[in-house]
Design a protein around this ligand. Structure first.
Ligand SMILES: CC(C)(COP(=O)(O)OP(=O)(O)OC[C@H]1O[C@@H](n2cnc3c(N)ncnc32)[C@H](O)[C@@H]1OP(=O)(O)O)[C@@H](O)C(=O)NCCC(=O)NCCS
Length: 238
């Protein structure tokens, strides 16, 4: 128990440059307090003392604004920074040394039953206000950007940003892409490029059709047409 306590405090000291002393972390860090209280609630939950577990969870929520369901599994050295608005669902699993910022949700989509919350690997960063939803797996050392909405599995070592979350860094990005030149995979951009390609093809096709079609310059109303040829009779008159 003291080992876990030490590791929880060390995790905060190592990751928050604003922490000046262990005492400060122990007494004044809502995220640390919420994690410690959750560990007690989780032990009660595992022993089947659901009301007690819920009561601890409820009081923690009142004190810190952090809502961790007693059934959620938290690894060691988990650091919840600031914390207000963090919600962690019943079947969520948070790996060792993860960092979770305020407003993050590890929740369900509402469509699943049983295991319905995410599983985070080791050392995952969950940015402020991000939502990680459903029984998905987030790999080790993944970074989830602030405000991202993640609904699909993410492999190890990737960075996910945006809504819907897309991978912008890491092994899942095609290796032939030079990430330093803003050439990041963007599904919307790819779709727009595909539409542009089709339009270009259509224009080429139309041009070819026009060129191939027999045309009657005498009957054509477009006077400044570059393809206009003078009618034979006019040529003869000249
Ligand atoms: C995503 C994050 C972890 C950075 O990860 P990283 O792997 O170092 O990624 P980079 O900073 O190189 O950014 C990669 C790309 O994603 C973009 N990006 C970064 N964070 C983003 C975010 N939250 N939303 C949208 N795009 C984001 C960057 O602009 C960059 O795009 P570019 O290559 O076109 O310039 C960080 O930006 C973040 O959001 N951290 C959350 C921290 C937090 O919540 N802090 C609250 C403290 S109170």
């Amino acid at each position: 128990m003291f080992d876990t306590l030490k590791r929880d405090i060390d995790a905060v000291m190592a990751r928050d440059p604003a922490a000046h002393s262990r005492a400060e972390v122990f007494f004044c860090y809502p995220g640390f307090i919420a994690v410690r209280r959750h560990r007690r609630a989780h032990r009660a939950y595992l022993k089947g003392h659901f009301l007690l577990a819920r009561w601890i969870n409820f009081r923690t929520y009142q004190k810190t604004g952090i809502d961790i369901h007693p059934g959620a599994t938290l690894g060691e050295g988990v650091f919840i920074d600031h914390g207000t608005g963090v919600v962690i669902g019943e079947t969520a699993v948070v790996g060792d040394y993860c960092t979770i910022y305020q407003g993050a949700t590890l929740g369900g989509t509402g469509k699943d039953t049983g295991k319905r919350h995410p599983t985070l690997g080791r050392g995952v960063t969950v940015g402020a206000g991000s939502k990680v939803l459903g029984p998905i797996n987030i790999g080790d050392h993944v970074k989830i950007g602030a405000g991202a909405i993640v609904l699909k599995d993410v492999p190890d070592l990737c960075t996910v940003v945006g809504n819907p979350g897309r991978i912008v860094r890491g092994p899942a990005v095609r290796p032939d892409i030079d990430l330093d030149h803003g050439d990041l995979p963007d599904p919307m951009l790819e779709k727009v490029e595909a539409i542009e390609g089709k339009l270009e093809q259509l224009e080429q096709f139309e041009q070819q059709e026009m060129e191939a079609a027999p045309h009657n310059c005498a009957a054509c109303p477009v006077e400044d047409c570059p393809r206009r040829t003078e009618p034979e009779t006019q040529k003869e008159e000249k």
